[in-house]
Design a binder for this molecule. Structure first.
Ligand SMILES: [Zn+2]
Length: 410
């Protein structure tokens, strides 16, 4: 059962949060270049983890590093309760996407109500709020029955090795909040993503005698026209009174060698987003069946589909896949966030379901931990060259996290 906390407890917890410190901490995190090393060289997730570890250690939290790949550690910081169990974990990531020609991507500039820079929204703001909420609880004298943890993992923007490692070690917690940007809305679930590579093989010939060859680009084009008209499964999420659907984006097409050759190679990379009930295998089968139909009608048609994307080199993630996840609104973690949001904002929170993929997949599907996405920042600004975080949302999220953590850990 979740009941609203009494007013004096709310005031006590909110007073323990130093707003300036929250903003400064988010700013310091943005100032560290931590672009995922699969996507650009020379950056450091480790420095982000280091700053969080140092800050948590000073406040007396238990800090432990888990090296996932050389120089790429996961970090888990725990504010212990009376029992050894963890009541709530915040799951965040320390990497960002590349900077796309941004002028000062790591300046951490603050102007008006915004903190600018790569990672401000996705997701150093959310990570800062989670850490500062936990530190605020440490400063109060409230008794926690169970611990509150912050897990800061690597590699969310590429191969998800951090969350994978956390799942492999059997991390335990009653509930999880994912502080990815949601505009401080409660998002009950995420879609999965199946990266499908289709590789077409033609027959090379001189461009002046195209009838002597088989053009792989033309074969791919026929498939593209069918793919772009495909309709995918729908699922109703009753508490949202909404329907979610699978989608497909044809992200990359590459083929041919020179203009006066018949292309003997063409590659397509598809981003197939899955709803609960769909799997990477079911999506791959769907594409393979389509290719079989083409092959049955045209003996010269040669194409193969597999799970692959250009930045994935690590076999385990291809095997596991990135699955959809969902936690009902009746779950205690959703209820705790709903109550905390109402107490901070004095209005009802809104609910939704993200079209994106989140590491909550590993929590919900591998570790069976009910997980909700709630975090500061407009999700549409993540990954863009104009990424900026609303400071009022950052502060509100910190308060909401502290109150929800208190509910779930006491
Ligand atoms: Zn993110």
């Amino acid at each position: 059962m979740i009941r609203d906390l009494d007013t004096s407890t709310v005031e006590h917890v909110v007073r323990a949060i130093d707003d300036d410190q929250v903003i400064r901490f988010a700013q310091e995190l943005v100032r560290i270049n931590s672009i995922n090393p699969n996507l650009a060289p020379g950056s450091s997730e480790e420095k982000v983890a280091g700053l969080i570890a140092e800050t948590c250690q000073k406040a007396g939290l238990q800090v432990s590093y888990r090296e996932v790949a050389p120089g790429r550690p996961n970090l888990v910081c725990v504010l212990p309760g009376k029992t050894p169990e963890i009541g709530l974990v915040f799951l965040g990531h320390t990497d960002t996407v590349p900077v796309l020609g941004m002028e000062n991507p790591h300046s951490g500039e603050i102007s008006g109500n915004y903190l600018w820079g790569r990672g401000s929204v996705d997701m150093k703001g959310g990570l800062a709020a989670a850490v500062q909420a936990t530190l605020a609880l440490a400063r109060t004298d409230v008794e926690l029955l169970k611990g509150v943890a912050v897990a800061a993992v690597i590699d969310e923007e590429s191969e998800h090795r951090g969350a994978y490692a956390l799942a492999q070690e059997g991390f335990e917690s009653d509930y999880c909040i994912v502080p990815e940007p949601s505009d401080n809305r409660i998002l009950l679930g995420c879609k999965g993503t199946a990266p499908i590579h289709i590789d077409f093989t033609g027959v090379l010939a001189h461009g002046s005698n195209p009838w002597l060859g088989v053009n792989a680009i033309e074969q791919a084009a026929k498939v593209v026209s069918v793919l772009s008209a495909m309709k995918f499964k729908e699922l109703e999420i009753p508490e949202l009174r909404t329907v979610i659907r699978g989608t497909m984006n044809i992200g990359v097409i590459q083929g041919g060698t020179q203009y006066n050759n018949v292309a003997d190679k063409c590659d397509l990379f598809l981003d197939r987003r899955m709803i609960p009930g769909e799997t990477q295998e079911s999506c791959l089968t769907e594409i393979r069946n389509l290719l079989d139909q083409f092959a049955a009608e045209d003996p010269q048609f040669k194409a193969e589909a597999r799970i692959s994307r250009p930045d994935w080199h690590w076999e385990p993630i291809k095997q596991r896949g990135l699955n959809p996840a969902y936690t009902p609104a009746t779950s205690l973690v959703a209820r705790a966030l709903e109550s905390a949001h109402r107490q901070v904002y004095d209005q009802q929170v809104s609910f939704g379901y993200t079209n994106g993929y989140l590491d909550m997949d590993f929590m919900v599907n591998s570790l069976k931990i009910p997980s909700i996405n709630y975090g500061p920042g407009e999700p549409g600004e993540a990954h863009t060259p104009h990424e900026r975080l609303r400071l009022d949302q950052l502060i509100a999220a910190t308060r909401v996290y502290a109150l929800a953590a208190l509910q779930l850990a006491s």
